[in-house]
Design a protein around this ligand. Structure first.
Ligand SMILES: Cc1cc2nc3c(=O)[nH]c(=O)nc-3n(C[C@H](O)[C@H](O)[C@H](O)COP(=O)(O)OP(=O)(O)OC[C@H]3O[C@@H](n4cnc5c(N)ncnc54)[C@H](O)[C@@H]3O)c2cc1C
Length: 369
């Protein structure tokens, strides 16, 4: 049996970024069930950083993360972690009040342009004429999740940490102040601190460890890709989203991608797209834009896992010494990962609290009683 200071279950963006951050202070081992990192939610996202997701807490965590994304620490990555793209939120006449309310919230975090019908279509000519109002944030970021995952992995290893891929935790015990995790292959690792960053499986991992689950809810979301209309200029097209949670679309490797923003409850699993949501994505795309979705080029689904209040969870379990929760990253786990990793580092290694406008109590698991 090998020992470490900290064991992390989960090699998605949450587990890897926290592992990289705490590895400056301690010997860290990450156990990942799959053979590769980011196989589940972290590899299936819409790859965006913007403020039109979640509420104030999520926006503060996003704001606190963007400096890291725009200017990663020296040696973190050979490739940029993202590039600036515009986000356009568009609205029909009857949705104007909802757009006004959203604009007021987002102005606290980003410079927003208010767009009339002409400017909406200037930014996104694919929209139908009924998109008459819009707001745009021209400094959103299209993320490179691969660069983000690999940068964290490299950082972890440079501090002497290790990743054990293909290592699914199948039993967890706690004795004499040590957590011992045994994998399906029969290997064991022990440490005084266990970080539960198992994404959609985090409640299952807690149950395995005899810790009270939080009531996390995995929800499936679907994305399709398809050809853009012949001759359409994709360069400069925004990430375009309805003011309500109905549809987003954006350019994707010479084509377009779209999501019907579905939130279908699911058990933790290797999520697969359902034909109903695939059809809904195509239908909503045709309803809101002039694009005909003739043929779907590819489709995928992933799970977005939410805590009951839809805020992420970071903190030691009140009912189990040394058991650290890092879960509930919902639809914002990539864009908040630098701040969440710094928060995990602060709580585990007792470094200064990094995000002035979000408190430890707002994120801690004790808030669920
Ligand atoms: C369609 C879609 C669009 C999205 N768009 C965005 C976006 O634009 N911007 C954004 O910031 N976020 C977005 N998200 C959300 C983001 O992808 C997630 O919040 C984030 O990836 C969650 O990371 P995670 O590490 O918690 O989970 P995961 O990436 O799922 O990682 C958890 C890992 O734990 C491992 N694991 C589970 N159980 C065990 C076990 N017993 N032993 C060992 N390992 C185990 C799993 O194999 C998995 O690799 C989107 C998600 C989806 C699905």
């Amino acid at each position: 049996m090998s020992s470490a200071d900290i064991l992390v279950i989960g090699g998605g963006i949450a587990g890897l970024s926290a592992a990289a951050a705490v590895s400056k202070h301690a010997k860290v081992t990450v156990l990942e069930a799959e053979e590769q990192v980011g196989f589940h939610s972290s590899g299936r996202s819409a790859t965006m950083l913007h403020y039109f997701l979640g509420d104030r807490v999520v926006r503060e965590l996003t704001l606190a993360s963007r400096g890291f994304i725009e200017h990663p620490p020296a040696g973190f990555t050979e490739f940029p972690l993202g590039h600036h793209v515009p986000v356009l939120i568009h609205a029909r006449e009857e949705e104007g009040a909802a757009l006004d309310a959203l604009e007021a919230e987002i102005r606290l975090f980003a410079e927003i342009d208010r767009l009339d019908s002409r400017a909406v279509h200037g930014l996104c000519p694919l929209l139908k004429d009924d998109a008459v109002h819009g707001i745009a944030d021209r400094s959103a970021i299209r993320l490179d999740p691969h660069a983000l995952l690999q940068g964290n992995l490299r950082r972890l290893r440079s501090h002497g940490g290790e990743l054990l891929a293909g290592s699914r935790a199948s039993s967890i015990t706690h004795a004499n102040g040590l957590w011992t995790v045994t994998t399906e292959k029969g290997e064991s690792r022990s440490a005084p601190i266990l970080v539960n960053a198992a994404g959609s499986w985090a409640d299952q991992v807690a149950r395995m460890a005899g810790v009270q689950p939080l009531g996390l809810e995995p929800k499936r979301r679907t994305i399709i890709t398809f050809d853009a209309p012949a001759g359409a200029e994709l360069d400069g097209l925004p990430f375009a989203k309805t003011v309500g949670d109905e549809l987003y679309f954006a350019p994707e490797s010479g084509r377009l991608f779209a999501s019907p923003m579905d939130e279908v409850p699911s058990d933790p699993c290797d999520a697969q797209p359902d034909e109903q949501e695939v059809a809904l994505a195509a239908w909503r795309m045709e309803e809101r834009t002039t694009v005909r979705v003739e043929r779907i080029h590819s489709k995928w689904a992933g799970l977005r896992t939410f805590a009951p209040d839809r805020h992420p969870v970071a903190g030691f379990a009140p009912d189990a010494e040394g058991f650290f929760w890092l879960a509930g990253q919902g639809g914002f786990g990539l864009q908040t990962s630098p701040a969440m990793a710094a928060i995990a580092e602060s709580l585990i290694a007792r470094t200064p609290w990094p995000v002035a406008d979000v408190s430890a109590a707002e994120l801690g698991p004790a808030r669920f009683g």
